[in-house]
Design a protein around this ligand. Structure first.
Ligand code: NZQ
Ligand code: ZN
Length: 384
């Protein structure tokens, strides 16, 4: 294993029905003025908005609404949130939603205390924020694991970039599977595939030799596959729903990344395509993964072969054959759960978008193969 230092700052409340007591307990520890952040309608439709607002008012808080946070949150939305925090003297931000709401709040929490523009700070000056308005996350759509880390993915529409920014850690994360029951099954599947993708992106990093983090990772991957199948078969299976929530958390709380360098080239390709198309994160990852992995059959064959055997339960007569069988098994699973395998299924038909995405995509040093931009364009074209 490579050397590492590990500290984990996010308190976890896990379990069916835990939200009310967790939120009341945590909110008793924070200041008076609370920003209640949420997405584009689901929170009000499901009645959770009224419940959470009621719990906050019962706790004697002044509540300021910050709604309308869109999927793939924008830099403009971050600026709107930061203005609200400043104008209303917000003491605490409560993010209730999926990865988009949770990510947006991480950057609002930093931007609100900065005089300078956070995008420029990070991408031009290469400096990072150190002061944050405290926050907590209540997860209503699991899969991204966004509640577990301090990275956020923000779309800068002016620059046509969807890229990571460093923000704050949430003080706590509420993982109550009841809150995800209203999530459409298509989004449940997209989220679970995102978790599987985070695992694979971590597993496929450097070095190629398997360490303890990778062995834990194999268990998480098997668990995602098994419980997604179980939940599709029976959407009332709360056990499977809970397992998927904790899989999502484990994939992004840093544990599986210890002692190695992660890959995440597939994610950077998805983000680049997302900047031009606003596509769904998990569904676009499903399109890219098998195609990208076929381009790693030389450099990444040992790891792909081990994943084939340990995760998909398939084995060929050579390392190369096992690796190829594993990629085929991944693609079969993607089809089995109803995810797309080609761009046109996401409405993407314009090749010039793929060229632009390949030209702006971040190139990842942890990927076992160092791609050129032309090679990445080939990968994206093969997904047509
Ligand atoms: O906006 P509302 O109306 O709330 O609807 C949302 C949205 O349409 C809906 N939803 C959420 N909870 C619901 C619900 N509908 C019914 N019942 C509920 N309980 O679900 C839709 C998708 O929500 P969103 O938050 O956009 O999805 P997800 O959790 O997949 O987050 C995607 C974002 O996270 C980023 C992605 O790039 C994307 O921007 N990621 C963040 C990561 C991180 N910070 O670590 C890692 C990931 O790799 C990812 O890049
Ligand atoms: Zn992801």
């Amino acid at each position: 294993m490579d050397n590492f230092t590990y500290q984990y700052p996010v308190r976890q409340y896990f379990g069916k029905g835990c939200a009310e007591s967790a939120i009341k307990k945590e909110l008793s520890l924070v200041g008076q003025n609370v920003l209640l952040a949420y997405g584009c309608g689901s929170l009000k439709h499901t009645g959770l908005y009224d419940k959470v607002k009621g719990w906050l008012l019962e706790s004697g808080k002044n509540v300021v609404d910050f709604g309308g946070i869109m999927s793939n949150p924008t830099y403009e939305k971050v600026q709107e949130g930061a203005r609200l925090v400043r104008e209303s003297g917000i003491d605490f931000i409560l993010a209730v939603g999926g990865g988009s709401v949770i990510d947006c709040c991480k950057i609002v929490s930093a931007q609100a205390l900065l005089d300078e523009d956070i995008w420029e700070m990070q991408y031009v000056k290469h400096e990072f924020p150190t002061r944050f308005v405290p926050m907590g996350a209540v997860v209503t759509a699991s899969g991204t694991g966004a509640e577990q880390n301090n990275g956020a993915v923000i779309t800068h529409t002016g620059e046509q970039l969807k890229q990571p920014l460093v923000g704050a850690y949430h003080n706590f994360a509420v993982l109550d599977s009841d809150l995800t029951r209203s999530l459409p099954m298509a989004q449940v599947i997209s989220g679970a595939f995102d978790t599987l993708s985070h695992c694979m992106e971590t597993y496929m990093g450097k070095p190629q030799i398997n360490n303890l983090s990778d062995e834990l990772n194999e268990s998480v991957m098997r668990n995602v596959i098994q419980n997604l199948r179980a939940l599709i078969a029976d959407p009332d299976n709360d056990f499977a729903r809970g397992e998927l929530m904790w899989d999502s958390a484990l994939a992004e709380n840093g544990l599986l990344k210890l002692g190695k360098q992660t890959d995440f080239q597939c994610h950077m390709l998805e983000h680049a395509v997302g900047a031009y198309t606003d596509c769904n994160h998990g569904r676009a990852l499903a399109v890219i993964h098998p195609v990208l992995y076929r381009h790693l059959l030389n450099e990444g064959k040992e790891k792909l072969a081990r994943m084939a055997e340990q995760v998909w339960g398939v084995k060929g007569s050579t390392t190369e054959e096992s690796a190829a069988f594993g990629i085929a098994a991944l693609e079969d699973f993607i089809r089995e759960v109803g995810l797309p395998t080609r761009w046109h299924e996401l409405g993407i038909t314009d090749e010039s978008i793929l060229r632009a995405a390949a030209d702006t995509c971040l190139l990842m040093p942890g990927c076992c193969k160092q791609f050129t931009r032309d090679e990445l364009f080939e990968v994206l074209k093969e997904c047509m």
